[in-house]
Design a protein around this ligand. Structure first.
Ligand code: ADP
Ligand code: MG
Length: 405
């Protein structure tokens, strides 16, 4: 059996018209002889009636005390989507079965709202495929060993798709979405962002961890374990999208290998920069600050420790809590809210002299102040004010000539 997993994201199942286009991809795969497993997300995005966020908003935040019930509620979005999708698919004469995550054999731990997949037993799916049915699996969820419904957290449907791909030894996992593929930058910010023909698992993981929301990094890591290729494609077109595999150097443009320094530019908004200065008599302050953040469950990023003090970032949502902790310790932190982390990602950066200089030049010549910067062998990050984020992303995209040729 040649199995294809096709995942359709929220916008790809939102209306009858777009579902019709999704169905064309399924019919095409079937005509090529594939057995097809479809993974669906909840219909639409924030604000749409059956989207996950809308379901969640039915209960006030302070009343969400039962994590178990929150997951029961959130799992409904995919269930609605799956059943609606199946009805439309059947109208095309295609036999289909809808399975929720647990019925599909997905067992998770009991960490509600961010559960991890422990095992997948593909028996039921395989039985359905044997009968030539398209199996529709509700994304983003599973069951614990005690049959409690759990959800997998943001981007969870991507994880469902690649985990099923691994369990079923699929030939390919298709991630259908509302963009043509993985782009050199978020197309909502950069008009002339270019589609990448092919990227490696580690490149897309780095892009995704730095904010490119097109696919969840956890989903990529799962596919990588068994080398299952992923294609990120637009539901509304027949283009092949971006191929994600372990092979390097496959991004060819008009037959020529492009020796890229930088693969893409990404951004993460809504972060706060906190600086704490060491004053006389404050011994070990640097260590105490990070111990206190950890003890209070505040995740920190962009850490810079030096003899004069520390600088780091937290999510804007955690700023007030972090400040209370620091003030209780007797510190007087300096705070800049609403910042953004802008990153240039590329395996080609490693060891190449002058990349940082190019980046600083691109950003500062736009008159943008860099509040902090850091680098690793694949990524260079700059922290800027939120208002400067889009301009900084465009400046970097131009500097590295990532636009369409
Ligand atoms: P879905 O509902 O299909 O899962 P997502 O919103 O999770 O869709 O992901 C698709 C979105 O990712 C696009 O609409 C695009 O705005 C955003 N995006 C951010 N960075 C990139 C990038 N580098 N390439 C492609 N899309 C990106
Ligand atoms: Mg998504």
């Amino acid at each position: 059996m040649r199995i294809l997993v096709q995942k359709f994201g929220g916008t790809s199942v939102a209306t009858r018209e777009i579902r019709e286009q999704a169905i064309e991809h399924i019919m095409e795969a079937k005509s090529l002889g594939y057995s097809v497993v479809v993974v669906v997300s909840a219909m639409g995005r924030k604000g749409d009636p059956y989207a996950t966020d809308s379901l969640l908003s039915l209960i006030d935040e302070q009343d969400r005390t039962s994590r178990r019930e929150v997951d029961l509620l959130m799992s409904c979005g995919e269930l609605i989507s799956g059943v609606v999708f199946a009805a439309q698919l059947r109208a095309h004469g295609v036999e289909t079965t809808v399975l929720n995550g647990g019925q599909a054999g997905i067992t998770t731990n009991d960490d509600f709202s961010r559960a991890q997949i422990m095992t997948i037993n593909p028996k039921r799916i395989l039985q359905e495929l044997e009968h030539d049915r398209v199996v529709i699996v509700t994304g983003f969820q599973g069951w614990t060993k005690d049959y409690e419904t759990t959800t997998l957290g943001r981007g969870g449907s991507d994880t469902t798709a690649t985990a099923l791909g691994v369990a079923l030894d699929a030939e390919v996992v298709d991630i259908f979405t509302d963009v043509e593929g993985i782009m050199t930058a978020d197309p909502r910010i950069v008009d002339d962002a270019r589609r990448l023909r092919a990227v490696t698992y580690s490149e897309i993981c780095n892009l995704a961890y730095q904010g490119a929301k097109v696919i969840h990094p956890r989903a990529v890591e799962i596919a990588m374990q068994k080398n299952i290729p992923i294609r990120v494609r637009a539901t509304s077109s027949k283009d092949e999208g971006t191929l994600v595999t372990s092979q390097t150097g496959t991004d060819r443009i008009e037959g020529e290998l492009r020796d890229q320094l930088v693969t893409g530019i990404t951004q993460t908004a809504n972060v706060t920069q906190i600086k704490v200065f060491a004053e006389p008599g404050m011994s070990g302050m640097q260590l105490k600050v990070f111990q206190a953040m950890a003890a209070n469950g505040i995740s920190v990023d962009f850490i810079n420790v030096n003899p004069r003090g520390v600088a780091y970032t937290v999510s804007d949502n955690d700023t007030d809590k972090a400040l209370r902790v620091l003030e209780d310790m007797g510190y007087r932190p300096e705070v800049t809210r609403g910042c953004a982390k802008v990153s240039a990602v590329g395996a080609g950066i490693a060891g190449v002299p002058g990349v940082m200089a190019l980046i600083l030049d691109a950003i500062t010549s736009e008159g943008i102040e860099i509040l902090q910067s850091a680098d690793s062998h694949t990524t260079i990050w700059c922290l800027v004010r939120g208002d400067d984020m889009a301009r900084a992303v465009r400046a970097l995209h131009n500097k590295f000539e990532l636009h369409a040729l």
